[in-house]
Design a protein around this ligand. Structure first.
Ligand code: ATP
Ligand code: MG
Length: 261
């Protein structure tokens, strides 16, 4: 049976964006963005360069306050959380894998993964150690805790970033371009790892990507943004979007030049 894209009426979504407008000063990048993410779903956010994917991510993780609209995490508004303390409370509940993995070069992989646990929990050192070991095993980096980021390949760095993002068992995991800079095989391995974590732990994910094989492999739903309309032009399972008659959606899914705006 065909499922409709989730909205705020479909139970309690993990994340809901309501008529969100975001931008920088007078430059409106996205307006009236509405979508929800249900528990356990993987939603991919797609779109050409400059359409606002990273801007949307910044808003969803609390780094960029929306100009208008609201963001809800499990029904609780987080977009008003602009004070340091409230923002820290929100940050405890979400995990973020940044595009560059954003590991601290002077710390070992284990120390990088331990950072959020030490910062946001009262776990004693032995427990921090055990959690770090578990998280590194989860991303298949067991035994690499004492390595420094510069000792690791691109794919391993991303997996270490993933272990850090999952350190506090987040309610939702955001990933910015998890396969960028990876060769096709490593990229496919990253997709499999995300699927494995989703299936085994039920973790809800929002993944920013324009990698077509990844989109087709991991998404329950996709949201396509477009620069000319400054908003969403398509929502749905990727195999349906692939058949969309909209010329911009068609061009993206069939790797053709974008039609003139
Ligand atoms: N810090 C900033 N200040 C002002 N404008 C910005 C800033 N960051 C991004 N923009 C502008 O916002 C728009 C969307 O940029 P964004 O980085 O969100 O796009 P994107 O979809 O992530 O692109 P890409 O696929 O190239 O990463 C662009 O026009 C960009 O110039
Ligand atoms: Mg970007």
């Amino acid at each position: 049976m065909k499922k409709d894209f989730p909205d705020s009426s479909s139970g309690t979504p993990v994340l809901c964006l309501e008529k969100l407008t975001i931008g920088y000063g007078d430059n409106v990048v996205l307006k009236d963005v509405d979508f929800c993410v249900n528990p356990g779903d993987i939603v991919t956010v797609l779109g050409g360069s400059g359409c606002g994917k990273s801007t949307l991510l910044k808003a969803m993780i609390g780094l960029l306050p929306p100009t208008k609209g609201r963001i809800f995490l499990r029904g609780e508004e987080i977009s008003g959380n602009v004070s340091g303390r409230a923002l820290a409370e929100t940050r405890k509940r979400i995990g973020v894998l940044f595009q560059s993995a954003a590991l601290i070069g002077s710390l070992t992989i284990a120390e990088n993964v331990a950072l959020p646990i030490i910062e946001f929990s009262k776990a004693p050192p032995k427990m921090v150690h055990d959690i770090v070991r578990l998280k590194l095993e989860m991303v298949k980096l067991g035994g690499f805790g004492d390595y420094f980021p510069s000792d690791l390949s691109g794919g391993m760095k991303k997996r270490a970033g993933l272990a850090r993002a999952m350190a506090l068992d987040p309610e939702i995991l955001f990933c910015d371009e998890p396969s960028s800079g990876l060769d096709p095989v490593t990229s496919a391995e990253m997709d499999q790892l995300l699927l494995e974590l989703n299936e085994s732990l039920g973790i809800t994910m929002v993944v920013i990507t324009h990698d077509l094989p990844s989109i087709m492999t991991i998404s329950d739903w996709s949201i396509m943004l477009d620069r000319s309309v400054r908003g969403i032009i398509a929502k749905g399972p990727p195999d349906e979007l692939q058949k969309s008659p909209d010329p911009r959606v068609h061009a993206f899914f069939h790797r053709q030049p974008t039609p003139e705006d």
